[in-house]
Design a protein around this ligand. Structure first.
Ligand code: IYR
Length: 315
């Protein structure tokens, strides 16, 4: 008691307490906050997400929130728990990477105008199709489509993607079994009534005939990190954005080849499909594209696209 009155009580005046509180605030702002943000920033660089976005809720809670927010196939619940992403090796470039002249084809302004019109008109005819013919498509066409996807830009040129091509009918049946079982739960439980209602006009449900009708399925996996020959993990910057861009480029290649696809995102199927296809745990399913010709009686919803004024702002 003597000690307390001698050493503590004299300092219990409001000026002293105020000064100590200010000191604590300064320490917190300067040292604790930047440290946390740096860590979050590093995480975000790897997955392209917004720092501080992940909450401390359980995996299941995050899953259902994500289902409602984004409807993404690669969401946390799906297969996105990245284990041990510390100590990543940054991309390895050859010691003396050369820069070489770049001379792409050069068109006149009129030619460019014509080409831009033509390409718009071509891609404006692309539609997501759910009704496929089983008519075969040569493997070489698929090879070229995958090659084209592989021309996509990627973070630090890490090419963080794997395209799994399935033509084997038994494997397609396995994929369909997994997707339909999960999608039934998605439609009846996980998605919620508003989401199901929003999709009504598209006439989708959990029965996915296209998964066995289409001659090919392309499952696009993003690689959340790379694995070097010596086992070290390599940083794959912006792996999700890079792989999504590759998917977009593939959509245009599929359409240009006169084929159709559906950018399907079978929610909660990632881990099972990854295991079925023998892919390693650094790969997460991003998109599943059935590829082939439309069935003769295929229909699509009569949708309109937004006008230029509604999607473009010019300064
Ligand atoms: N993945 C489901 C649900 C679905 C979700 C959206 I957002 C769509 O635009 C279409 C379908 C399915 O494939 O049925």
């Amino acid at each position: 008691m003597g000690l307390v009155s001698r050493y503590v009580v004299p300092f219990l005046n409001e000026h002293y307490i105020e000064a100590m509180l200010s000191l604590l605030v300064v320490i917190f702002i300067n040292f604790i906050v930047p440290k946390n943000n740096k860590k979050k920033g590093e995480e975000a660089m790897q997955n392209g997400s917004v720092p501080g976005h992940k909450s401390s809720s359980t995996k299941e809670e995050r899953a259902s929130k994500n289902v409602i927010k984004s409807g993404g196939v690669g969401d946390v619940a799906d297969d996105d728990e990245d284990e041990g992403l510390d100590n990543l090796v940054d991309p390895l470039w050859p010691e003396d990477l050369k820069h070489v002249p770049f001379r792409p084809p050069r068109y006149t302004q009129e030619e460019s105008l014509q080409r831009s019109r033509d390409y718009f008109e071509l891609l404006n005819k692309r539609r997501s199709v759910r009704f496929f013919s089983s008519e075969p498509v040569p493997r070489e066409v698929i090879d070229n489509i995958v090659r084209t996807g592989g021309t996509s830009p990627s973070g630090a040129h890490t090419e963080p993607w794997t395209f799994v091509v399935v033509g084997d009918i038994d494997m397609k049946h396995e994929v369909r079994r997994i997707v339909e079982a999960e999608e039934e739960v998605n439609y009846t439980k996980r998605m919620g009534s508003q989401w199901v209602n929003d999709l009504k006009a598209l006439k989708t449900n959990w029965v996915k005939e296209y998964l066995t009708e289409a001659p090919w399925l392309i499952l696009i996996f993003k690689q959340t990190y790379g694995i070097l020959p010596d086992g070290r993990k390599r940083n794959h910057y912006y792996h999700e954005i890079s792989t999504a861009l590759a998917g977009g480029i593939m959509l245009s290649a599929i359409h240009y080849a006169g084929l159709v696809t559906l950018t399907s995102t079978p929610l909660n199927c990632g881990p099972q499909l990854r295991t079925l296809l023998g892919r390693p745990s650094n790969e997460k399913l991003l998109l599943l594209l059935p590829v082939g010709y439309p069935s003769l009686d295929a229909t699509v919803p009569d949708l309109q696209r937004k006008d230029l004024e509604d999607i473009m702002v010019v300064f």
